[in-house]
Design a protein around this ligand. Structure first.
Ligand SMILES: [Zn+2]
Length: 346
């Protein structure tokens, strides 16, 4: 993806400074961000889930120290740390509950553990909600007063921000847009959560691969078949590449995905009525730079025009996210900044 972020030099940066930590099943990203949402440094370490949460937190603290040094700062210059992790979680208690991609880290009080390990106050949030806040604060949502974010990756994540309020919900499950229902039928597709008909079961990267496999098994001709037969693993990226080369099935799958997403977006628009909807995550088909990305976005908008209340269809902007894979740590830092501002105000 074309997200070669320029680091801000310390001379251009605006204090106070914050650190954002974005924990994923494979990697942990850590970055220092200034008061305006611009990163000064950034690094990534392997999560190595099997080493357990205590070891993970220790290495996070080490990465924070390195990122702060790389930015030309000292620990005393950091006002607060923001920590975003995959759910399920209890945000208020600062505890990981049963995150599917962090096995062995379940029921772990990660917020306090990181605060102890790095000696700084920590703000805790869901990773998709952090990414949404990052886009809202420093990316596509910068001009928006209220925003809904959908992220298309292995799963489908979401975030709802109204004013400066991030919708977390009473049980840390607010903004779970991946589980919006788009098919009520008894034979609707099964979601990773164990319920049927949720958008994640249709529009996530794994769902896109599954739908493509089904079409191939049903005998559809496609250039994808040749690549799979030669031993390559079918992925969202491969489907994107073959669509780019003119493969009909690949293009059909992508536009169908856009249609499913458009249905979910319409429901979110009816619930929230935001200024804008932002689409991010790893599977966005090259975004504006690619004709596939543009066709995908146009198909989403078409579906919304056909289904949404006319005023909302006319006035709500729908666009791709801007921060790419940096949205998580930038947003976690942004949420830390928000807590810091609230504390220092009073
Ligand atoms: Zn679900």
């Amino acid at each position: 993806m074309a997200h070669n972020r320029q680091f801000l030099s310390l001379a251009q940066a605006r204090a106070p400074f914050f650190v954002g930590v974005d924990v994923g099943g494979t990697n942990i990203k850590v970055g220092v961000v200034d008061d305006d949402g611009s990163p000064l440094s950034w690094l990534s370490i392997a999560t190595e889930v099997e080493r357990g949460p205590d070891d993970g937190v220790k290495r996070m603290a080490g990465a924070i120290e390195r990122a702060v040094q790389d930015a030309g700062l000292a620990k005393k210059d950091i006002a607060r740390v923001g920590l975003g992790t995959p759910g399920t979680m209890d945000v208020a208690q600062g505890i990981l509950l049963t995150p599917g991609n962090l096995p062995g880290w379940w029921n772990f009080p990660i917020k306090q553990a990181l605060a102890d390990a790095c000696g700084l106050p920590v703000t805790f949030a869901n990773d998709a909600r952090s990414a949404a806040y990052g886009e809202f604060w420093a990316g596509s949502g910068r001009v928006l007063h209220s925003m809904v974010l959908f992220t298309l990756g292995t799963g489908v994540g979401g975030g709802i921000i109204i004013g400066d309020l991030l919708v977390t919900g009473e049980h840390s499950a607010g903004s779970e847009l991946g589980h919006l229902i788009i098919d009520h039928n008894d034979d609707a597709r099964m979601c990773s959560c164990g319920q049927r008909g949720h958008i994640e079961a249709y529009a996530s990267a794994s769902a896109v691969v599954k739908r493509t496999e089904e079409a191939l098994e049903a005998g559809r001709a496609s250039s994808l078949k040749k690549r799979i037969d030669s031993g390559e693993e079918l992925t969202g990226l491969m489907i994107d590449e073959e669509a780019e080369r003119g493969d009909e099935l690949a293009m059909e799958i992508i536009l169908e995905t856009a249609r499913y997403l458009g249905i979910g977006i319409t429901s979110a628009m009816h619930a929230v009525d935001p200024n804008g909807v932002v689409i991010g995550g790893a599977m966005t088909f090259g975004e504006h730079e690619s004709k596939i990305g543009r066709a995908f976005l146009e198909r989403v908008k078409q579906e919304v025009r056909e289904r949404a209340l006319p005023t909302l269809a006319d006035l709500t902007t729908i666009d791709f996210a801007k921060l790419g894979g940096d949205a998580g740590f930038i947003g976690a830092a942004g949420l830390a900044r928000r807590d810091y501002m609230q504390e220092t105000k009073g």
